[in-house]
Design a binder for this molecule. Structure first.
Ligand code: LLP
Length: 438
């Protein structure tokens, strides 16, 4: 992860704190987040990504996508760094409120927000609600009228672009749950409905999100071109929308195979696209926003595990693989099992001269798909009691965690300038049992 190094004894040190110290003080498994690195990435989006937009005479708002990883402390870091916050449920909104996150800088997403969630968001005074269906347009309007407010809304548009890592499909099929289809004319119809309900709804602009773990700007170019065409049509009909959101999805390096663009280069690329596509559509560049989650939180986090058992397995033809079982697994990192995600790992408490051995790091859960790191070369003397660190687990690991097999969730420890601080405590068996009735 970001600021990791190794001391003379071979201990992994992050944020000035040795992994061994974290294990002693907080136990394993533990999620560790490098606060300095998280804040630095947040600032890079705000400053480096934003600069080329400001040079165009507009501005850029960065909404940290809380779904990647959210807790009270993180919401406060995001607020401190001057970013906005994207929440997609009443639960995430509750964290924003608990952290005292400025309401006007909160955006709310979701394809099936409940009336209670909408009401809660409007009462808090969120800066935008991204509407995702005709039912929701009616629902938000009715609630806004009842509360006597005008709800600021954006329209989630299905632009027909689906981006995955290095590839994107410009005519992605529309058979998925999010947004109003552009090709099918639903997006313009949604705009018209919102404008017709202008007593209750204030139309801020269009929104799209084309995918996740994306490594270039090609997909954004097609998406922005399509959004700006609609934006221009609406302007020609007399309503100039002040904002536009291009979503998140900026990729990070999980292994040395991935080469992410810097926030500055991404910003330069997207600002050029915005300028070009606006000029082609004949409209002024609106205030733009983006919603990075993974690119801020992902590389700032790692998970620390302790090895419990090591098993040598014959693969045939003389090949062998070590199955290294750790004290967590798919309950704290579902991404390998869910998406075939590729992680790496490293010994965190000692250096070893032993030859490298093909290893698979597996968890303690009762199924064979419970894999944390598919393939890694660990020293052949890896043994019970060793600490293993898996970098790049800051996004969508704690967020997607479960209590599978009644395994309590690990704590989250923030490290900064040699200090370690608990920001989410470890779940206990009592926490889990407390839900059982009778
Ligand atoms: N904005 C919207 C509307 C989104 O749906 C998402 C992610 C983001 C922003 C943030 O995307 P990011 O910058 O973090 O890629 N659980 C999956 C990722 C799901 C992403 C869902 N939406 C994973 O672990 O890879």
């Amino acid at each position: 992860p970001g600021g990791a190094r190794r001391d003379e004894a071979g201990h992994l040190v992050v944020g000035g704190v040795a992994a061994t110290r974290i294990a002693e003080e907080f136990g394993t498994p533990a999620y560790v987040v490098d606060e300095t690195d998280f804040r630095r990435r947040a600032r890079a989006f705000r400053d480096d990504f934003g600069a080329p937009f400001r040079a165009l005479g507009t501005d850029l708002d960065v909404y940290y996508a809380g779904k990647a990883f959210l807790c009270t402390a993180v919401a406060r870091w995001v607020a401190d760094e001057g970013l906005c916050l994207d929440v997609c449920s009443g639960g995430e909104l509750a964290v924003a409120k608990r952290a005292g996150f400025p309401a006007a800088r909160v955006g709310m997403h979701g394809n099936n927000k409940s009336s209670a969630e909408i009401e809660d968001a409007l009462e808090y005074g969120v800066g935008r609600i991204v509407v995702d269906s005709f039912d929701e347009i009616d629902r938000v309007a009715a609630i806004a009228r009842r509360l006597g407010v005008r709800a600021p809304v954006m329209v989630r548009v299905t632009v027909g672009v689906e981006a995955h890592t290095h590839e994107y499909i410009a005519t992605a099929h529309e058979d998925q749950k999010f947004g109003f289809s552009l090709a099918g004319g639903q997006a313009s119809k949604a705009v018209a409905e919102i404008l017709a309900a202008s007593d209750a709804l204030d139309l801020l602009g269009l929104h799209s999100h084309i995918g996740s773990q994306i490594f270039d700007t090609a997909g954004f170019e097609v998406a922005a071109g399509r959004l700006f065409d609609l934006h221009a049509q609406v302007a020609a009909d007399g309503h100039v929308m002040p904002e536009m959101d291009l979503g998140g999805g900026f990729g990070i390096a999980y292994t040395s195979q991935n080469t992410p663009m810097s926030a500055g280069d991404l910003g330069t690329g997207l600002a050029a696209i915005a300028e070009r596509t606006c000029a082609a559509a004949g409209v002024a560049v609106p205030r733009l926003s983006i919603e990075p989650g993974r690119a801020i939180a992902g590389s700032a986090g790692y998970t620390l595990y302790e090895v419990g058992t090591v098993k040598d397995v014959e693969l045939g033809g003389g090949a062998r693989r070590a199955y290294v079982s750790v004290d967590g697994g798919m309950s704290d990192n579902a991404r390998t099992a869910l998406y075939g995600a590729d992680y790496s790992c490293t010994m965190a408490a000692r250096a070893s001269d032993a030859p490298p051995m093909l290893s698979r790091v597996v968890g303690k859960h009762c199924e064979s798909g419970d894999i944390v790191v598919m393939d890694e070369f660990l020293p052949a003397d890896v043994r019970p009691g060793d600490l293993i660190a898996v970098p790049g687990t800051g996004a969508y690991c704690r967020a997607l965690s479960s209590q599978y097999n009644h395994v309590p969730r690990p704590p989250v420890v923030a490290v900064r300038d040699g200090e370690a601080r608990l920001i989410v405590r470890r779940e206990t068996i009592e926490d889990i049992l407390a839900l059982d009735v009778d």
